[in-house]
Design a binder for this molecule. Structure first.
Ligand code: HEM
Length: 159
């Protein structure tokens, strides 16, 4: 095992853990927190709860997105170093990247305070649903990328 293998494993761990925290948190908010709050809290108490959660959760989400960009770049470098053929890897990766950019936009708009995105935050359950749908597509595409990568590394047995 050389240094590239060690960096590759560390990067994979951090990539996956960032996905687990960011997407798992969004899943909890959409399917546990929002239904529990609906009808149980007055709009004022809802705003207070949101104001209490937002500063902490937005920092966690921003750190996860930053780690995903850094570790995603390292993953891509390692894949290229392994000599994976451009097609269909690059085409699938391109689709993944477009979905990732949309997902990042929704995550930042929902956790931020910009008045320009107030309408997104007003429809947070709907946009969290879109966010989770995109996250699911990205995880499925990443699995395909991993399989293509893995297949390129498999050395056929002699004989
Ligand atoms: C700029 C952001 C991102 C970049 C550049 C990136 C890039 C990559 C690359 C190159 C791989 C390795 C695929 C292979 O083995 O050939 C990978 C794996 C993966 N990525 Fe991303 N990714 C990003 C964001 C995300 C996001 C937002 C998610 C989920 C919502 C995600 C989920 C995954 C998963 C599940 C794997 C498979 C890891 C494994 O099995 O080791 N990625 N990513």
């Amino acid at each position: 095992m050389d240094v590239v293998d060690v960096i590759s494993i560390l990067s994979r761990w951090v990539h996956l853990l960032s996905v687990v925290v960011a997407v798992g948190g969004a899943f909890f908010v959409r399917f546990a927190l929002f239904p529990a709050i609906k009808g149980a809290l007055s709009p004022e108490d809802h705003d207070k709860l949101r104001a209490g959660i937002r500063p902490v959760w937005s920092k966690i989400v921003h750190v996860c997105l930053g780690l995903l960009v850094v570790t995603g770049g390292i993953n891509l470098y390692v894949t290229m170093a392994h000599g994976v053929k451009p097609m269909p890897y690059h085409a699938i990766f391109g689709v993944k990247l477009i979905l990732v950019l949309v997902l990042f936009f929704i995550a930042v708009a929902l956790t931020g305070t910009s008045p320009g995105f107030a309408s997104l935050r007003a429809n947070a359950p709907k946009w969290l649903g879109v966010h989770l749908f995109l996250a699911t597509c990205i995880v499925l595409l990443s699995g395909v990328l991993k399989s293509i990568h893995q297949a390129a590394l498999t050395i056929p047995l002699a004989g």
